[in-house]
Design a protein around this ligand. Structure first.
Ligand SMILES: [Zn+2]
Length: 199
């Protein structure tokens, strides 16, 4: 349902992209363009998303702003700090801030450990060990956790810029852990509650 009327909107060549605001894939042909004075060719474009009616900018290299937030939301996370950190890490990827996203994942792992009763004030390595030895990560994922530890240390202690792939692989792992620890147990609890209230 259309709620806004963009003024003086024009027709453009159709472009497929994922909207950085609402996350929907779409093909839009409505918006505006800018030509470059030297060659008079179209270099910059703004497209309107027909789901959320917001504007996305593409520069002369095709870089999209706002970018696409990587990963999916995880429901039923009881600790607000854990939920906020995960969302912050996701937003970093949309802004191209991949080192910040990796550092967020490192901090997220520490918050998850504390939310699972690890003592506060421990080192990052101790928190990782805690999650592994208390089976809060799936049995065969120790290599993954080691990878996060290594990447988190590189981003934190070395002069080292993280890539898009680094951030995305860590975020996909964090999404899996959060679903494993919070969303799936909550989903089954809801089902069980439903079956006891509706025998
Ligand atoms: Zn949208």
């Amino acid at each position: 349902m259309q709620r806004y009327t963009w003024q003086n909107i024009g027709s453009l060549s159709s472009r497929s992209f994922i909207c950085g605001y609402c996350g929907n894939p779409l093909a839009s042909e409505k918006g505006w363009y800018a030509t470059f004075v030297v060659d008079n060719k179209i270099h910059r474009l703004i497209y309107i998303c027909h789901h959320c009616e917001k504007a996305t900018f593409f520069d002369e290299k095709g870089i999209q702003t706002p970018g696409v937030t990587f990963g999916n939301t995880v429901s039923d996370i009881p600790e607000k700090d854990v939920e906020l950190l995960y969302e912050e890490a996701r937003k970093c990827t949309a802004s191209g801030c991949f080192t910040a996203a990796v550092l967020c994942c490192r901090k997220l792992l520490m918050h998850i450990a504390v939310s699972k009763k690890a003592k506060t004030g421990a080192s990052f390595v101790e928190y990782v060990e805690y999650l592994v030895s208390n089976h809060y990560v799936p049995p065969d994922s120790k290599d993954w956790v080691d990878h996060i530890r290594k990447k988190g240390n590189e981003a934190n202690h070395e002069i080292c810029i993280m890539s898009s792939d680094d951030a995305k692989e860590l975020l996909s792992f964090m999404e899996m852990i959060l679903k494993f620890l919070y969303e799936f147990p909550s989903r089954i609890r809801k089902k069980q509650n439903l079956s006891t209230t509706n025998p």
